[in-house]
Design a protein around this ligand. Structure first.
Ligand code: LMR
Length: 327
């Protein structure tokens, strides 16, 4: 072999070794701030996966709709442009109508009940329900109970009449606001602040961590403690990508995911009260508790939505969710 050929062969061998050793890049994209339960879970996943699988994987986390916003992230996952996302369960109806159960107003008493439902047989069935559509459910992740906000105090459903509310892309949430005579508008999360600020919409609903980290309380005069629903997530991967991973890497990622979800859930439970207090302390929006009687009015006005979606969701699923309140 000539010297020139030897050099080329050696260079090729080096390049090949480098290529073989390059870590698998995993993009994890989401729409909220780093300081939220989902943001913290994603960063924890990066830390744990890169520790467990040192040199074998590189996890890149993209918060705040930086890489893909609401409208695009699912499509990007299916195309393989991103490997892991964690959309709100309100954004899955197209893939599994049963997941709409999580949007039913006044269904879950609290996040502990949601946790029991998700861990039970129906919850686990729903987690596995989209593999045939290219979506691998890796786990549920908590955020918290939603509060209603607007520029007027929403004490009873009559106060919401005629107001425009930003909603996630969910038909259940659309029905929920229509049930109180309001005008719901589906908007991506990244557009909410501006829509509230410029008056494109009058109000919205979100848990404390999202409200605080996205400063919605700075552009809303009143937040009522309605706890009328939940924002919860499913962490998902592109199923084909996940299945093709080398077994040791898939196992390491699985373990990192379980631990990161535990961590994010702890943040969700521990920090909800902290974010609520921060919103109160900043005094930009007034936080109003609702009396039992006022809450009853909201519940009665929104409850017909259950019936409307019962055949889509399944009575068995709704019953299992109700059962989780009682345990
Ligand atoms: C929203 O769109 O309000 C939420 O789904 C955002 C999120 O991911 O918490």
């Amino acid at each position: 072999m000539s010297l020139r050929l030897l050099v080329v062969a050696a260079a090729f061998a080096v390049a090949h070794t480098v290529a073989a050793a390059a870590p698998i890049v995993i993009k994890y994209s989401h729409v909220v701030a780093d300081a939220t339960p989902k943001g913290q879970a994603a960063l924890k996943f990066k830390e744990l996966a890169e520790k467990k699988l040192a040199g074998k994987v590189e996890v890149q986390v993209f918060p705040n709709s930086q890489l893909f916003g609401d409208g695009k992230e699912m499509e990007a996952l299916l195309l393989g442009d991103v490997q892991i996302i964690a959309p709100s369960l309100a954004k899955f109806a197209k893939y599994t109508p049963k997941l709409q159960v999580f949007d039913l107003p006044f269904l879950f008493d609290d996040i502990a009940a949601v946790d029991r439902f998700q861990g039970g047989p129906k919850g686990q069935e729903l987690l596995d329900s989209m593999t045939g559509k290219g979506i691998k459910g890796l786990g549920y992740l908590h955020n918290g109970m939603k509060q209603l906000s607007a520029n007027k105090p929403l004490r009873t459903p009559a106060d919401a009449k005629g107001l425009k509310f930003r909603i996630q892309s969910s038909d259940v949430l659309e029905a929920q606001f229509k049930a109180v005579g309001a005008n719901p508008q589906k908007l991506a999360f990244a557009e909410v602040y501006q829509a509230l600020q410029t008056g494109v919409v009058d109000g919205t609903e979100n848990p404390w961590s999202n409200t605080y980290t996205k400063k919605f309380h700075e552009v809303q005069k009143y937040i009522v403690e309605s706890d009328h629903g939940v924002i919860e997530y499913m962490v998902i991967a592109n199923a084909a990508w996940w299945d093709k991973l080398p077994a040791d890497i898939r196992q390491g990622l699985k373990e990192a995911m379980v631990e990161s979800i535990k961590y994010g859930n702890k943040v969700a439970f521990d920090e909800a009260a902290t974010y609520r207090q921060k919103v109160i302390d900043e005094k930009k929006a007034q936080v109003l508790p609702l009396s039992k009687g006022e809450l009853e009015q909201w519940r009665a006005a929104m409850k017909p939505v259950w019936q409307e979606f019962e055949s889509d969701i399944g009575k068995d699923v709704i019953d299992a969710a109700l059962q989780a309140n009682k345990l």
